[in-house]
Every structure is written in structure tokens, then in C-alpha cells.
Design a protein around this ligand. Structure first.
Ligand code: TRP
Length: 461
């Protein structure tokens, strides 16, 4: 797929791991530049490495304002360790006070993997949701729903189709003339998934963060673009002092914004909209406001880049009062993928590449023993040259999943590099920790199995 050289295809079974290039090419921000409250091991170890607009969410968290987190699961295949990473992050946001919405992408799974809706429901509940409680999600604060039964999501996806076109789908996803239309509709439903929690019936306007692997970024770029294009007020840096606000005239606001069918401008209407914008800016505490209805702009000279988010949210509120959708572009975070056991991509369709959450201990141990190693080919060489933890699956799985203690992990890392720890020893350490983790998880799972229906939203029971 195209997009300026680097390709990201959300449905592909291969994936790019050139993360710094991904950050640069798609305009992600480095997560390392933010201070996170109570970071999890995924944050501390740089596994969650990038974001878009996460400041919005952290700000809300700090001031005690509402924020939400949304993710989706594709009901096909079994749940494996890789899937648990997103849930870890959802749990982190939940513990910080975020409300949680989880989309079961049963329509997408049917469209792109041929999984029937009833089979999709069964997989979602037995494979995925059953593991969520064991992983520590709170069922009382989590809403799981199905794409196929939430009409609001489908309607929103359909309506927002107005804000994109086939050329954009071609450039984002590489779709061509022969692309099946169900495949075209799936991303639009996902746009509905991501944006609907901020509609009035689902909690109202608030920042929503979507933690994903980089392979899902195309969906976020699409969604963010669509949300911005639908906005009635554009808010941006004024390339000089202040923040610049402009009106975006569209079908659904043209009359209100004074555009008469004969092409003339109804000045009184324009003046009214401008004065409402000014009132909202004053409510935010700004007093110096240059409102210029003739030019169609408002400049707030004393506002800085940092005020842009607040101004944007305030004007989305105004847009909603005036009858618009008032959609805030979603925030997102991105995590690295854990390498597959064999060194290739982790995938539920290749059981040897991953550990399923219900694998028994003997299987887990066998898989880790066979895993791709960063050790040297003989003990002697290993002692002399040392191993490479960066490509050693056993070490990597300790880092991603099984070992909580950063200090101990750093010790393993340097002892492996120096040759003090052998590849087989690293595997044994991983097996021991994996055994603890898996037996604990499976025990929790049997204790929490009865909670599955508590996770379901009322429209999805
Ligand atoms: N497309 C996602 C996947 O392949 C599933 C999904 C559907 C999703 N809707 C979502 C993920 C919204 C994040 C946000 O796994």
C-alpha cells in the first residue's frame, strides 16, 4: 500500500517495525515527552511509544473532567498475549478514571474474515470478554457492544461518509476498483465506533483515547480527518501571536451561517454567530478578541498554542448548541508489537508464533523452549560475545508480559549481554515467570467467568 513509501495495512499479516519512520511519516508524537501518572510497565519500558493528542486526556484526568477510552476487538481466532497489551492499557486508563467502551467488530470480522455474526458473538464472549475480567477490567465501568446491533454507530458511520471519498480510501488503505464494498464500509463503521462515545446518548463531549498497535493508525487518521472536516469552527495557530478561528460553511450550517440560496450573505446571521463565538471565548476568560465578521475570522491575540484545545472544545459545545455534531478528533496511543515466538509476526492463525491465554503450562513451556533466541551458537561463544536481548524472544516476553520488576529486568538484560546468562537459562527464567503468570491468569479466569454478561452494554445482552 502506498502513502509516501511506508506502508501500513490494518488487514495485512506482515507489519512494518520501523517505528521512528512511522512516527515521522504519520506525524505521531513521542510519548517520552509526556509525564504520565502512575505509568505501567508498558509505558516505563517504551513499549507504548507514541501518541496523538494524549495531552487532552491527561489534562482532563488532572482536572477531574470526564474522559473515555475506546477499543475494539476483532472476533476471529483465539485471544493471545499480543491482544492483552491493549487491555493492559485500557485498564490503566480505567484506573485513572476513564470510562471504557469496547466495540466487538463483528461486522468487520464478517466482511473481512468471513466470520458469521453468531460465531463472532460466541468468539467475542468466550475468547475475549471472558479474559478481560481476569486481566483486571472492571465490569461495572466497562461497556462492550456489538457493531451489528448498535444502530447509532452504523448511522454515524454512514452519515460521516459525506466527509470522505474513494480517493482518500485509495490513499489511506490502497483500495482499488476491485475492492469489495463491505471492505470499504468496515472502516466507516470503525469511524462510528471511535466517535460515538462522545455523542450525547453515550456520555457526551469529552476526550476519547484509542490505544492501538500502529497497524490501526490508518483508521485513526481517517477518523481524525473526518471529525475535523465536519467541524463548524476551525481553530488554529495564527502563525504569529494568537489563535485564529474561522467558520467552516457546510450544507448543514449554511443557512445558519447566513449563506442565502441566492448567494447573498445575511449579515445579521453572520453577526449573531460571531457574537456567540465571542461570548464563548469570554467564558474561557479571554477579553481581548478581534472579531471580524467581514473577513470571516476571529483572532484571540493573547491565546497560545496551549489554549487551542480548550478553545476547540468550547466551540464544539457551541456547535452542538447550534445543531451540529461537534465531534472532537480522537486521541490515540501506539504500542510496539511483541515479536512472535518464532521471530515472525505474532498471529492467532499461526499457533506457533504466540501463546494463547488458555494454553496449558506444558504447551507454554514447550513453545518458549523452541522460541527464537538471541544467544550465540555455542556456550563458549556466548560467554565470550554475549547474547542479544533485543531479539531474544524469552527476554522480550519477560519485558512485555511476565516480569514486573524493572530492576531485575535490567539485570537480566546486562547479564545476558555480557554472556553471564546463557540462552537456555533465559528461556528457563521466562518459563518460570510465564508459568506463574499463566496459572494466575487461568485461575482468575475461572473465578471471573460468570461476569461476562456484566461487561455487556444494555443493547448487547
Ligand atoms: N479493526 C480492529 C481490529 O482489526 C477492531 C476495531 C473495530 C477497533 N473498531 C475499533 C479497534 C475501534 C480500535 C477502535 O482489531
Amino acid at each position: 500500500m502506498v502513502d509516501g513509501g511506508l506502508s501500513i495495512d490494518p488487514w495485512s499479516s506482515t507489519q512494518s517495525t520501523d517505528y521512528s519512520r512511522i512516527i515521522e511519516q504519520f506525524g505521531l508524537s513521542n510519548l517520552g515527552n509526556l509525564t504520565l501518572p502512575n505509568p505501567s510497565h508498558l509505558h516505563r519500558r517504551g513499549i507504548v511509544f507514541a501518541h496523538r493528542d494524549l495531552e487532552l486526556v491527561l489534562q482532563a484526568q488532572k482536572t477531574g473532567d470526564k474522559f473515555g477510552v475506546l477499543t475494539g476487538l476483532m472476533p476471529s481466532g483465539r485471544m493471545h498475549l499480543g491482544h492483552s497489551m491493549v487491555i493492559e492499557q485500557v485498564k490503566w486508563f480505567q484506573n485513572l478514571g476513564g470510562d471504557v467502551t469496547i466495540a466487538v467488530a463483528d461486522l468487520e470480522s464478517q466482511a473481512t474474515r468471513g466470520v458469521s455474526l453468531s460465531k463472532g458473538r460466541e468468539i467475542a464472549l468466550q475468547e475475549y470478554v471472558a479474559n478481560y475480567a481476569a486481566l483486571g477490567l472492571n465490569p461495572d465501568l466497562t461497556n462492550v457492544y456489538f457493531q451489528s446491533t448498535r444502530a447509532d454507530v452504523q448511522r454515524l458511520g454512514f452519515q460521516l461518509g459525506k466527509r470522505t471519498n474513494l480517493s482518500e480510501f485509495e490513499s489511506i488503505y490502497g483500495f482499488k476498483g476491485e475492492t469489495n464494498l463491505a471492505h470499504v464500509q468496515a472502516p466507516m463503521v470503525q469511524v462510528g465506533d471511535i466517535l460515538h462515545p462522545q455523542t450525547e446518548d453515550y456520555g457526551g463531549l469529552r476526550p476519547i483515547v484509542v490505544p492501538v498497535g500502529v497497524d490501526q493508525d490508518p483508521h485513526l487518521r481517517l477518523t481524525r480527518g473526518i471529525a475535523s472536516k465536519s467541524n463548524w469552527f476551525n481553530v488554529k495557530d495564527n502563525n504569529g501571536p494568537g489563535v485564529l478561528i474561522g467558520l467552516s460553511v457546510q450544507d448543514d450550517n449554511a443557512e445558519l451561517f447566513g449563506q442565502q440560496p441566492n448567494g447573498r450573505i445575511d449579515k445579521a446571521k453572520v453577526a449573531s454567530v460571531f457574537s456567540q463565538v465571542v461570548t464563548h471565548l469570554v467564558e474561557l476568560g479571554f477579553s481581548d478578541i478581534n472579531s471580524n465578521p467581514k473577513q470571516g475570522t476571529i483572532i484571540v491575540p493573547s491565546a497560545t498554542r496551549k489554549d487551542i484545545n480548550n478553545i476547540r472544545i468550547k466551540l464544539l459545545q457551541l456547535e452542538r448548541k447550534l445543531g451540529g455534531m461537534g465531534l472532537l478528533a480522537p486521541s490515540s496511543t501506539y504500542h510496539h508489537f511483541a515479536v512472535g515466538l518464532t521471530g515472525e509476526k505474532m498471529s492467532s492463525s499461526k499457533p506457533k508464533t504466540t501463546i494463547f491465554l488458555d494454553d496449558d503450562i506444558a504447551t507454554v513451556s514447550k513453545k518458549i523452549k523452541k522460541a527464537y533466541s538471541g544467544g550465540q551458537s555455542t556456550i563458549e561463544e556466548h560467554r565470550r560475545l554475549g547474547g542479544n536481548p533485543d531479539i531474544d524472544v524469552a527476554y522480550q516476553y519477560l519485558m512485555y508480559f511476565f516480569e514486573q520488576d524493572d530492576g531485575y529486568l535490567a539485570e537480566l538484560n546486562s547479564d545476558y549481554r555480557s554472556g553471564k546468562i546463557l540462552a537456555g537459562e533465559m528461556k528457563q527464567i521466562c518459563i518460570d515467570k510465564a508459568t506463574d503468570w499463566m496459572s494466575n491468569h487461568q485461575e482468575l479466569r475461572s473465578q471471573t467467568e460468570h461476569m461476562v454478561s456484566d461487561f455487556l452494554a444494555d443493547d448487547s445482552k
